[in-house]
Each structure stands twice: as C-alpha cells, then as structure tokens.
Design a protein around this ligand. Sequence first.
Ligand code: C5P
Length: 399
Amino acid sequence: MLSGKRIILGVTGGIAAYKAAFLLREFQKAGAEVRVTMTPSATRFVGTETFASLSRHDVAVEVFPESSSADAWTRHIEWGEWADLFVIAPCTANTLGKIVHGFSDNMLTSTVLAARCPILICPTMDGGMYQAPATQQNLQKVAEFGYHILEPEEGYLASGLEGKGRLPGPQTILKKAETLIVSKKKEDKLLSGKSVLVTAGPTREHIDPVRFISNPSTGKMGFAMAEAAQRLGADVTLIHGPVQLVPPSGVETIEIETAEQLYEKVREYATADVVIMSAAVSDFAPTDYHHQKVKKDNASSEIKLKSTPDILSWLGGQRRNGQVLIGFAMETENLVENATRKLNEKNIDWIVANSLSENDSGFGVDTNTVLLLGNGEKQEISGSKREVARILLDKIFAH
Ligand code: C5P
C-alpha cells in the first residue's frame, strides 16, 4: 500500500528517537520513499548521519540550512508539498506543544505548518508527562486540527518507571500510516461533481421567546462531515441549528432554528445526490407558542407537545434512484437493534450509530466512537470527529 508513496519522518528529542531508524526501514520495505527531519534535540540522541544514510537523502534540522543557495530556506514548503504523509515518531511533549501553538522554529515544526498531507503524531514520553493536563489538552487540540494521533503503549519506560508513553512498534505505526495514505489517495475524486446536503447541530423548539426544548448537540460531527465531503470534491450545502462553530470554507451554509424550518430547507435541497442527516432534530415541539414570556405565577405545570416532522423518513419515502441517504442515531440502550430498525423504517442506506454510554463519544466531545451500519455490514470507527468523518465517507463511497 505504501509503494511509491512519499513520507516525511519527523524525529524529536526523546530516547525513542533510535526506534525511528527501524520505522524508516519498515516504510522503505513497504515501498515508500522517506525523508527525515529531526529537531535539534533529536540529534543529541541519534546522529543525522544515521538517518541520512538510511534514507539516502539529506536530513533537515533547521529551516535555515548550512548551504546558502537561494531556495534552500524554502525547503519546508517544498517538503510540505512533496509528502503524501508526515509521521512524527517519536513526538515529544515539547514538539506537541509547539505544534498546537503554530511554532515554526525548526524544520520539523515549520514543515508541519506547510504540509498539505495527513499528519500522524505518535506522542512518546514518560507516563507522568503524558498524563499532564497540558499534554492531554494539546492532544485534544491537534485532534481538532484534524491531525491523527497514535496513542502510546503502556509498559516499561526509559525513566525506569512503568506507564503509558512508549512508542508503538514499527508494524503498528506502519498499519496506521497505510490507512491514512488510502484516504488521501481517494481524497481528490471520491465525491467530485456530487451535491451533498449535510444537516448539523440541534434544533430549538420555543415555548416562549426565552425558553425552548433542545439538546446538547454542538454540531461538531456534522461540521466535520461537511468539511470531509468538501475535501472529497463535493459541492456541499450545510444546514445547521444554533452552534458556536466556524463553517468550513467553500461550503454554502444556511442557519435554521426549529425542526419545522429545517424540514422546509431540506425540502428545497432534497434532490442532492447525497444527504447526511447529522442534525440532532428535536422529536417534540410545544403545541402552543406564547408570544410573551410566561410569568412564573401563571405557568402551568404541564407543557403539551406535538411530534415534529421526521425529515429523514420523509426523504426515505421520496428518494430518487441513486440518491444516498445517511442518518445518525444516538442511543442510550440496544444500540445495534435500534439503529438497524431505524435504517429499515426510514428507508435509508446507512446509519451511523452513536452510543451515549461511551465517554469519548457523543455530544460536545471532539472524539467519537461510532458503528456504521448498512450494506449488510457493521463496522466500528473511532478517532477525532474529523478523522471519523473522513473514514465514514471513505467506507461509504469507496467501492
Ligand atoms: O429516529 P431518530 O430521531 O432517532 O433518528 C435519528 C436520525 O433521524 C438522525 O439522522 C436525525 O437527523 C433524523 N431525524 C429527522 N427528523 C426528526 C428526528 C430525527 O430527520 N424529526
């Protein structure tokens, strides 16, 4: 899978730096061409000559190299354009922190900013440093940026302590690298020329001007789906409820508030080639709307509710040939059974099932673990929401 692919291997200053030499060999055995960039501290652990001989290419450490040729200082741009994948292994807490804040003080950090390819970060450090709040927050941030993370393994660490922080073996890193390269290869073409409608975020069903029924959806998963579809070449329209997110550039966005407004807008765009209903549509709305704020003293203890239109079922009922309908299901129990029932009853092609019982998935968080059901298959996908979005579209459209 890596045959003919171009990988930048970034090596930072931790004791696991020596293991990067074995990783480089694995990449080469799999057919990849590898260039190495090291941070200045990494060169204290392993000499640049080791990586230069193995990669048969100069190793870049500083943005300003020794030579004074006119284009030498723009190497980070050239490397960033050149690569199909950038793997940082090992990645120290220090370099991770610099990446989060957009530093470009050496060749490695500058190339991260210049890169146009997927970036895989393999955080490697002592267990205490890995668990430190700053490191954990930085990992969350890079996941939000859309960079990929391969978690360290538990075990005996160079400090003599036991804990989580070891660099995974070269085969594990190689496997992860292969999945990321596959996504990039298909990125340009998979949805070219297709119109994709994505819905995201919550709806609000007002009781009076200041009170409403809603849910904690932040819209992150739907926005990630819109961004991923756009990167795959689709012409994307994103209809969303009230959220605190910046829409992906190049995507047409429409704001709505209620389920009824969402229904109206979806009907306008219902001929899209692909519809992804990731909005958390309220299933109920108050029967009566009070035009003035209801006073405490004359509030009734009951609110009468009516059902909102099931937009996805409506889409399933009038779908045209070749149209792909994708729904989301958030369940607190019997995930597979309930999601399968929705897949069939709503007459859609795929359903992405979320379990609210998982800590790292569902409302608000940046990561997600989902089950993709459809086509008679059941596949679990987890990672940052951006990563999950890309893999979902890969799995659905790459046959
Ligand atoms: O039936 P349930 O609400 O659990 O199904 C979830 C899926 O249906 C989601 O894709 C959601 O966007 C969609 N939905 C809808 N209209 C509703 C409720 C949910 O389109 N009124």
